[in-house]
Design a protein. Structure first.
Length: 117
């Protein structure tokens, strides 16, 4: 599973929000939002492309993996590695530190009902 650091994630969010986009426009946005030089942006873009998250083709940047897919995979990986793949164990650990509101409980119930097979 590809990974991203905090600054890479902020850069990736710019792409996901504006894609497809010309690489020159991405560079301008990264300069404005992250205060990055063009060399930094191109280096990070190249790194994220090598990881299979984005692609640069004909000077247009697009994603190969949506934001939801990327973070979904990261969440699955975290639960697998940390809680032996048990989503209930993860929720129990989360709930022991932060109590859920009634609204959050209802949202989770709705989500779980939608996932039943």
């Amino acid at each position: 599973m590809p990974t991203m650091g905090v600054l890479e994630a902020r850069f990736a969010d710019i792409i996901w929000t504006h894609e497809p986009m010309a690489s020159k426009d991405l560079i301008k946005l990264a300069e404005a939002e992250l205060n990055w030089k063009s060399t930094t942006s191109y280096t990070v873009l190249k790194r994220l492309c090598k990881r299979g998250i984005f692609q640069l083709k004909d000077k247009i940047v697009t994603s190969l993996m949506s934001r939801e897919e990327f973070y979904g995979r990261k969440s699955e990986e975290f639960i697998q590695e940390t809680f032996d793949g048990s989503l209930p164990a993860f929720i129990a650990a989360f709930g022991s530190r932060k109590k859920l509101s009634e609204r959050e409980v209802e949202e989770l119930k709705t989500l779980i009902d939608g996932l039943r097979r």
